[in-house]
Write a protein that binds this ligand. Structure first.
Ligand code: NAD
Length: 355
């Protein structure tokens, strides 16, 4: 397996492969860029088809975190970790503690948070071996998912205003794929906003919960792309905007929390060609990381959530600039994030030269 010549390698600062025989832990931690601050990003536990797939995921996701923090205007770098295994059967407190020991080896260059397949309780176990953990209850901001859902909701509203010229979600039909930590929270906010929700999840219990508690309409996992809706909100896994799904979408807007929604960069153009407004995933799902960036002794939840709410303005700026420059929203988001990052890199280099 190659690392430095892997397709998704993008001058990552460090990639740590970890194995712990006693607990069965197999993990990869990637630190993409620490120009803006320590690399913070979630820990994903997934039954990857191959080690190459796990490496590709961690390289891609960690780079995404660099861009996400840069775009959100926070002083954190980009990192991510993946644990190879089934989170329902392979995860134990001892395995998470072994993962914590691995995080600790990086001495604070990487700070772990939750992601698909892990939750704040798992991170509490990891916390026994390292202090470089964010997004847990203990004296911190707690579970970042509600903030992520709130941020997605704000960006979704900005997209509705920009694309459909409506400043209310009343009667708006939204198809939500994935009812996990973020997706379910988003559904609650959509319901309160007066939207009609159509949901799909491989977990039938969650679907039943959304139907009974929120009055959602359930649909089959594969039928979620074909719904007659104004908004498609992918809140499960990545690469779901691809050659197979894009032609099926009837939505005018894509706005959801999932990371790396575009299977390939060209799919941003495919969406634009079909007149679908794509809300760049990492602009939209930055709520959790924004909340976590406020952690510390003077943590003020209200101030942090106000900051999360600015995702609305960030998204509107992206839409307007994309329209003006006749570019995809994905390209504009990358450009804004890269502009801040390269400015910081130049300032850092100048400082190093001066000292
Ligand atoms: P989660 O594991 O709690 O939820 C994911 C849900 O998707 C689960 O209920 C799962 O059953 C469902 N799912 C999986 N495959 C599916 C499929 N094919 N069709 C329909 N449903 C499917 O994860 P989460 O924390 O809610 O995160 C959701 C997405 O948002 C992920 O891509 C994650 O990386 C991203 N994200 C999460 C946060 C956060 O704060 N939790 C922050 C930023 C981005």
């Amino acid at each position: 397996m190659s690392v430095f010549s892997a397709n998704d390698f993008d001058n990552h600062e460090a990639v740590l492969f970890v194995h712990d025989q006693a607990t069965g832990l197999k993990a990869i931690i990637a630190v993409h860029d620490t120009t803006l601050g320590p690399a913070l990003g979630g820990t994903r536990m997934w039954k990857y088809e191959s080690e190459e797939a796990a490496l590709a995921d961690v390289l891609r996701l960690s780079r995404g975190m660099t861009y996400k923090s840069s775009l959100a205007g926070i002083n954190l770098g980009g990192g991510k970790s993946v644990i190879i295994g089934d989170s329902r059967t392979d995860k134990t407190p001892a395995l998470m503690e072994a993962f914590g020991r691995a995080v600790d080896q990086l001495g604070g260059r990487y700070i772990a948070a939750e992601d698909v397949g892990t939750d704040p309780t798992d991170l509490e176990h990891a916390r026994r071996a390292t202090r470089h953990i964010a997004g847990i209850a203990e004296g911190n901001a707690g579970d970042p998912s509600p903030a992520t859902a709130f941020g997605v909701f704000q960006g979704l509203k900005a997209a509705v205003l920009f694309r459909l010229k409506k400043d209310s979600l009343a009667g708006m039909r939204v198809a939500v794929q994935g009812l996990g930590h973020v997706g379910f929270g988003l559904c609650k906010l959509l319901k309160d906003g007066g939207a009609k929700i159509i949901v799909a999840d491989i977990n039938e219990a969650l679907v039943r919960k959304a139907v009974t508690e929120l009055g959602a309409t359930a649909t089959h996992v594969d039928a979620i792309y074909d719904q007659e809706v104004e908004v498609f909100a992918p809140c499960a896994l990545g690469a779901i905007l691809n050659d197979n799904t894009i032609p099926r979408l009837k939505a005018h807007i894509v706005a959801g929390s999932a990371n790396n929604q575009l299977a390939e960069p060209r799919h941003a153009e495919a969406l634009m060609a079909r007149g679908i407004l794509y809300t760049p995933d990492y602009a939209l799902n930055a709520g959790g990381i924004i909340l976590v960036s406020h952690e510390g002794p003077s943590f003020d939840r209200e101030k942090a959530m106000h900051h999360v709410g600015r995702i609305y303005d960030t998204c509107l700026d992206i839409f307007k600039r994309a329209e003006r420059e006749e570019r995809t929203t994905a390209e504009i988001a990358d450009r804004i994030a890269f502009e801040r990052l390269s400015k910081a890199r130049k300032e850092k280099a100048a400082l190093a030269l001066a000292s």
